[in-house]
Design a protein around this ligand. Structure first.
Ligand code: ATP
Ligand code: MG
Length: 256
């Protein structure tokens, strides 16, 4: 199938922390990502929105090294990281919070947090980081000695985000952090994402809710069928005549 090449992003992107070019991911005969290109600038919050099966999780998985791409380049801080396993990408400063809030339910909150720091060899600083995260996530302080399995869904989401931060990532990737959470709790999660960004961490977040994806980010990519269908800032995309068509995969690939 012939796809037109998307024109460059309209908004100025500083130093791209992440640059993806022509990324293709296949599972057997299924093409999950089809020559996808995007950039994430240092300090940006970028969201990815698209319907079920659009390729959102495959994209995050390929960046994190969970999924081996069939083709394309992924440059992180200017270095090609395609095909590097998860442990390597974590060491380079990439953290992925998977969809579904995977906590170790029998371990306490504090034990769960420590597991986020297994690549580190500075136990004192890890403890200091844990204490500082309790400022951003006060509920985790309150419940630090309780088994994680007893936390609510929203609290577990906070725990897995905090755990990911303990590897001290430059890029934090979140796969549908609001899935199944009440709107108020989702608001809180997105406030936390803003706090995290304020600490200098770049954020790439997958979000199925289009409104939320636009509001939460500096820029958004609309994915469908493994391709970028539309991209731009919230101001460019909100009310864009082709937004819905792009989201539902009714249009060709193009940019805002
Ligand atoms: N492990 C796998 N084996 C086979 N096919 C897969 C696998 N993972 C994903 N796919 C397929 O690849 C395509 C993209 O899936 P992906 O999970 O990346 O989409 P998504 O946008 O994250 O969807 P969702 O919103 O449902 O999470 C879909 O057609 C999906 O069925
Ligand atoms: Mg997914």
């Amino acid at each position: 199938m012939q796809h037109p090449v998307p024109s460059e992003i309209t908004s100025p992107v500083s130093t791209p922390l992440l640059r993806i070019d022509g990324l293709t991911v296949r599972y057997g005969r299924i093409t999950a990502l089809d020559r996808l290109s995007l950039t994430v600038g240092e300090g940006e919050v970028v969201s990815i929105v698209g319907p079920n099966g659009a390729g959102k999780s495959s994209l995050l998985g390929a960046i994190a090294g969970l999924v081996r791409p069939a083709g394309g380049d992924i440059a992180f801080r200017g270095e090609n990281i395609v095909g590097q396993p998860l442990e390597q990408t974590v060491r380079r400063g990439i953290a992925l919070v998977l969809e579904g809030r995977h906590v170790f339910s029998g371990l306490t909150v504090r034990e769960n947090l420590r597991l986020g720091a297994t690549i580190r060899r500075d136990p004192r600083e890890v403890e200091a980081d844990i204490r500082s995260f309790f400022d951003i996530f006060p509920i985790l302080l309150e419940r630090r000695n309780e088994p994680a399995g007893r936390l609510s869904g929203g609290e577990q989401q906070m725990l897995v985000i905090a755990r990911a931060l303990l590897s001290r990532p430059a890029l934090l990737m979140l796969d549908e952090p609001s899935l199944g959470l009440a709107p108020k709790i989702t608001d809180r999660i997105y406030e936390i994402i803003r706090d995290i960004r304020a600490t200098g961490v770049t954020v790439l977040v997958v979000e199925q809710n289009a409104d939320r994806a636009l509001k939460a980010a500096d820029r958004t990519y609309v994915l469908n069928g493994g391709c970028v269908r539309l991209t731009g800032t919230a101001a460019e995309l909100a009310g864009h005549p082709e937004f819905e068509a792009a989201y539902f995969g009714l249009s060709g690939r193009r940019s805002a």
